[in-house]
Each structure stands twice: as structure tokens, then as C-alpha cells.
Design a protein around this ligand. Structure first.
Ligand code: ZN
Length: 326
């Protein structure tokens, strides 16, 4: 689907251009971009309620050692516990409510000999990265929240202003310096990820370290003081030399490895000549729909995994699922 519009930007000749109608935001399901629980923020500061709720047998708690947690053998579900099955020490993180059932995480004190030896639960312990493609909702949504917090606690040990010791509050969502009282909140680093199109062609790039045939949408972190749209235009130009316009929002995906928020866009190319930066991107190519399908079927083009927003962008543009993945 495409419409013809006129390019009327200042300093340019007025020319008719083919303007693709990009898929509307929300038209495509994006994995991990699902509301699985009521975060019930008011309960984070309700100490009485938290104390009373933690030991209740109906409360569900996932123990986390570093960023590892217990799952079933298939990696589809979290092994939730009751408080009396868990150690009495560690940081208690309140995740929220699902169907009125309180869900928590317990950040265990790390032991060098691994969580299985720490006296908590039997069975398989894993990282979210290892099971992100198999873990089902709502557990996937809970673990995206819990692991983002665990990553944050693991990498924020002291006050960044004065080096003082930190005290956690807000049911694990605020760190306060014991010395200067500065508060820190969990952060998400926005990154843009974009499908650049030129009529019926789309631009994909690859990194030198990737296995042969692997291509993905372009992506990059947002600079300080930069808008998301500006970041899309800059990253595409830096990585491939292609100029883009009509930056259109697609959707977003939390990606807590360790703390990214991937914000997806479509953008229309104004120039098509490719000159890769050779650093972040070693090759970039224009793919027609036919190229993409034929390559994906033959395995000469390997597209990103089904869970990734990159895959959602590619398939939303293509219009239907494509074979093969990383
Ligand atoms: Zn401080």
C-alpha cells in the first residue's frame, strides 16, 4: 500500500514521491510489550501492607540470585514460592498484582557456589536471556520487571554523588543515600530501532561479528538531549549514509539486558546510496520483498528472532510471517 505525496521541504524541488503507508502503532503484537500486572505503585510505600502480605501463603515470590531464577524444565513458567520456602534475608521487591494476587521477587544474597546450593528450591535456574523466547505470559512480563530491578540493584551499590551507602525503599524501586539522602530510581535507556524503506525496498544491516547471512534493522542509543526522531535520522545516517524522513512510531519493547527500552520506528529514505560506517555496521543492503522472502527461505538471509521488536518491524512491513530466524 502506498500513496503519492509531494516533497515540499525548503530548499528542495517539489517532486512527487511514493510514500508508503506504514503499519499503525498497535497493529502488531510485540513480545514483552504486554501489560501483565497492575504495578500498584501505592503499595510500594505501604509498609504495613507489604509486611502483612509477604508471608501470606497466597503471595507468589520468585527468588533471584544475581539475575538467575528458577523455571520449569521447559523454560515456560517461573517456579513461584511462598515466603516460608525462602530464606529470611535478601531484598524484597514488590512487582504488583495479577487478579489481586500479590507477586514479589526476593533478591538473594549471592553465593559463589550458585543458587541451587543456597538452600532455595530444586530444579532449573536460568537467566531471562536464556528463556526469553520460551517463557509464557504473564510470567515473562513479571520477569522483565523483576530482572530489570535485579540488574539495577546489582549495578548500583553506592551513591553516585557522594559514594555513600544506599538504603533501599519503595519495595525495591528507590535507593536512598544514607549520607546525602539523594534518591535514585530504576532507569531505562532508550534506544531507537528502525525499518528504513524506499518504496518497496527495506534497508537492513549487519555487524562484522555476526554469522554469515544475518541481517537486522538498524538501531542505536538515544544521545543526551536528543529526541527519538532525531536519533533515528542520525543513527541511520551515521551507520549507512542514508538520509531519512517521515519517522513514524511503531511500538516499543522493554529489553532489560541490562536496562534498554527499544523504541521502534519506520522511516522513509530520501537518499538511497549506502556508505556503511565500517565500525558498527559492516554491510547494509536494500531488500525488496521478493529478495527478503527468497533469502529467508533459502537461508541466505537470516532475520532476527521472533521475540525481538526487530522481527516485528520486518514482518509488519512485509505483511506476513517470514521463515527462519537467529
Ligand atoms: Zn550520597
Amino acid at each position: 500500500m502506498a500513496t503519492t505525496v509531494y516533497d515540499v521541504r525548503p530548499g528542495r524541488r517539489v517532486v512527487a514521491v511514493t510514500h508508503p503507508s506504514f503499519p499503525a502503532p498497535g497493529a502488531t503484537d510485540i513480545a514483552l510489550s504486554v501489560r501483565t500486572h497492575d504495578r500498584a505503585g501505592v503499595r510500594r510505600v505501604d509498609e504495613d501492607w507489604l509486611e502483612r502480605t509477604w508471608p501470606e501463603p497466597s503471595s507468589r515470590i520468585v527468588p533471584i540470585a544475581g539475575t538467575r531464577f528458577p523455571v520449569d524444565d521447559a523454560g515456560e513458567s517461573v517456579r513461584w514460592h511462598a515466603a516460608d520456602e525462602l530464606p529470611g534475608t535478601g531484598k524484597r521487591l514488590f512487582l504488583g498484582l495479577r487478579e489481586d494476587v500479590p507477586h514479589f521477587a526476593l533478591l538473594l544474597e549471592q553465593r559463589a557456589d550458585g543458587p541451587e546450593e543456597g538452600g532455595v528450591g530444586e530444579g532449573r535456574w536460568t537467566t531471562l536471556r536464556e528463556v526469553v523466547a520460551s517463557l509464557l505470559e504473564p510470567d515473562a512480563g513479571f520477569m522483565v520487571h523483576a530482572v530489570a530491578l535485579a540488574e539495577w540493584h546489582g549495578s548500583h551499590r553506592f551513591c553516585p554523588r557522594c559514594g555513600g551507602r544506599l538504603h533501599d525503599t519503595g519495595a525495591g524501586h528507590v535507593l536512598v543515600c544514607e549520607q546525602c539522602r539523594r534518591q535514585q530510581f530504576p532507569r531505562s535507556d532508550p534506544a531507537v530501532i528502525m525499518m528504513v524503506t524506499d518504496g518497496d525496498r527495506a534497508l537492513l544491516g549487519r555487524q562484522d561479528s555476526w554469522p554469515e547471512g544475518r541481517y537486522s534493522t538498524l538501531a542505536g542509543f538515544v544521545d543526551p538531549g536528543e529526541s527519538l526522531e532525531e536519533a533515528v535520522v542520525r543513527e541511520v545516517a551515521e551507520e549507512t549514509g542514508v538520509q531519512v524522513t517521515d519517522v513514524t512510531y511503531f511500538g516499543n519493547q522493554p529489553w532489560p539486558f541490562p536496562q534498554s527500552l527499544m523504541v521502534g520506528f519506520f522511516a522513509r529514505a530520501v537518499t538511497t546510496e549506502i556508505e556503511v560506517d565500517g565500525a558498527e555496521i559492516s554491510d547494509a543492503r536494500w531488500f525488496t520483498r521478493e529478495d527478503m522472502k527468497a533469502g529467508a527461505q533459502a537461508g541466505t538471509l537470516v532475520l532476527p528472532g521472533g521475540i525481538s521488536i526487530s522481527r516485528s518491524l520486518v514482518e509488519a512491513w512485509y505483511g506476513e510471517p517470514l521463515p527462519g530466524s537467529w
